[in-house]
Design a protein around this ligand. Structure first.
Ligand code: UD1
Ligand code: CA
Length: 451
């Protein structure tokens, strides 16, 4: 599309019903602020100029919305006098002259590019106002779209609607595209003579028609226009987002046994032929390559899992965990800021943090990298083909060479050269018959106490 476009994001609401110390548009959906989802949809619709209309938490909202591929300006709406008034807060940006002005809401994060493109196409086809509508079984609270012969006659807010109009199920999603050449003139004519005494953006439909202009509605799926007013709606939005993203991943070749129990982040990348078992949670920054298996009840964040690796059940991968091809991190293991080499195994009850583990090395059950001295973090380096016996404590900074063997239960404080064996524990003593002597003494003492 050759036409230029400015998107105006309305985000000046008080968020009263969220009962929160921060603006609702900062609340996360799939691990990132709602407003960032809206901006992403704009980018997906090839829109690169954005004007933000802000109220509370203006600076935080602005930085949550910012990204390098958009040109963003911000405006404060100091008094909250309605959606029509809010758009005019951005009048300096609108006045720069764009073919299309697109108004979107900061609290409608499920919107995708398709309806935005359809609304702009409506302008390209010669309409002056194109409203994004949706059909719903329960229209209570929404503005109703009064449509006749394909033309949009008016939008009637719930409080101003007649009983007949209230029966209409075609509703205003709140988002609309406006002919940029006429936008400021039309917005300037919006008054506040209505039940709420607010400047309704929706009045623009009747205003443009009175001037001989054309208005239409384009329909979008109801789910995309779900708005967030309270935390129950926030959770409903999260549910819809998760369902949509899981579906995309499954269609792209990812297997999920119980998809409704898998939780993804906004940026989770999972390749083809990965199997995700039930009850897996992805925080931000996870990449899973082809053929990997994530077993049940694992939690991953900021982690990279290479092809053919297996994780869990009950594993925790924290930021900087980098699992090589075919490696294994098993049950009740935690890995943080550590490279696990190709084919290496960390199978049971282990903590590996600030470490390098070489290819094909085996880390025994209960091994701990003691990476923290209470003040600083230190690094553990373990070579390739090494064997760390169960319940070893590797006190960093420490290095263990290729092919080295650390005896079970060792506390390793000095470097171990390649192919060496290290014992770091007391030598075993065996005292024949001693257990029997002790047992008899204990029984005798107990009997004496009872007398
Ligand atoms: C609006 C529409 C309604 C539509 C509904 C869809 C109007 C008059 N009504 O109603 O037809 O069905 O959305 O959800 O537009 N905002 C500001 N400054 C203001 C007022 C609002 O920034 O002065 C922002 C809010 O933060 C919010 C958005 O605009 O993001 C919508 O405002 P809201 O008051 O929620 O409008 P609704 O009454 O839901
Ligand atoms: Ca609303």
């Amino acid at each position: 599309m050759k036409r230029t476009c400015l998107a105006v994001i309305l985000a000046a609401g008080e968020s009263t019903r969220m009962k929160s110390s921060m603006s609702k548009v900062l609340h996360p959906v799939a691990g990132r602020p709602m407003i960032a989802h809206v901006v992403e949809s704009l980018v997906n619709a090839s829109i690169s100029s954005v004007a933000l209309v802000l109220g509370r938490d203006a600076e935080a909202v602005q930085s949550a919305a910012a990204r390098s591929d958009i040109d963003m300006s911000a405006f404060l709406q100091t008094e909250r006098l309605g959606t029509g008034h809010a758009v005019l807060a951005a009048k300096d940006a609108i006045a720069k002259g764009y073919d299309d002005i697109l108004v979107v809401f900061g609290d409608t994060p499920l919107i995708t590019a398709a309806p935005l493109l359809a609304a702009r196409q409506g302008l390209a086809d010669g309409n002056d106002v194109v409203v994004i509508g949706f059909k719903t079984v329960d229209p209570t609270g929404y503005g109703r779209l009064l449509v006749e012969d394909g033309a949009l006659l008016a939008i009637r807010e719930q409080k101003d609607a007649t009983e007949d109009e209230k029966k209409i199920t075609y509703c205003n999603g709140g988002l609309m595209a406006i002919n940029g050449a006429k936008a400021l003139e039309l917005l300037g004519k919006i008054g506040n003579a209505n039940a709420k005494g607010e400047y309704y953006l929706t009045d623009i439909v009747e205003i443009v028609r009175a001037e001989g202009g054309k208005a239409i509605a384009v329909e979008a799926p109801e789910t995309e226009l779900t708005g967030c007013n309270n935390r129950a709606e926030l959770a409903a939005i999260e549910t819809i987002w998760q369902k949509r993203r899981r579906h995309e991943l499954m269609v792209s070749g990812v297997s999920m046994i119980a998809p409704e129990t898998v939780f993804l982040a906004f940026d989770t990348q999972i390749a083809q032929d990965v199997l995700i078992e039930p009850n897996v949670v992805f925080g931000p920054g996870v990449i899973i390559e082809s053929g990997a298996v994530i077993h049940a009840f694992s939690h991953l964040e900021g982690a990279h899992v290479s092809a053919g690796a297996t994780v869990g059940p009950y594993a925790r991968l924290r930021p900087g965990a980098n699992l090589g091809p075919g490696s294994k991190v098993g049950n009740f293991c935690e890995v943080k800021k550590a490279e696990i080499g190709a084919g290496a195994k960390v199978n049971h009850l282990t903590y590996i943090g600030d470490a390098f583990v070489g290819e094909k090395t085996n880390i025994g059950a209960g091994t701990i990298t003691c990476n923290y001295d209470g003040v600083n973090k230190h690094i553990t380096r373990i070579g390739a083909n090494a064997f760390i016996g169960s319940n070893a404590s590797l006190v960093a900074p420490v290095s263990i060479g290729d092919g080295a063997l650390v005896a079970s239960g060792s506390v390793v404080t000095d470097d171990v050269p390649a192919d060496a064996v290290a014992f770091g524990r007391a030598r075993q003593e065996v005292k024949p018959g001693r257990a029997k002597i002790l047992r008899e003494r204990y029984h005798a003492e107990k009997a004496a106490r009872k007398k």
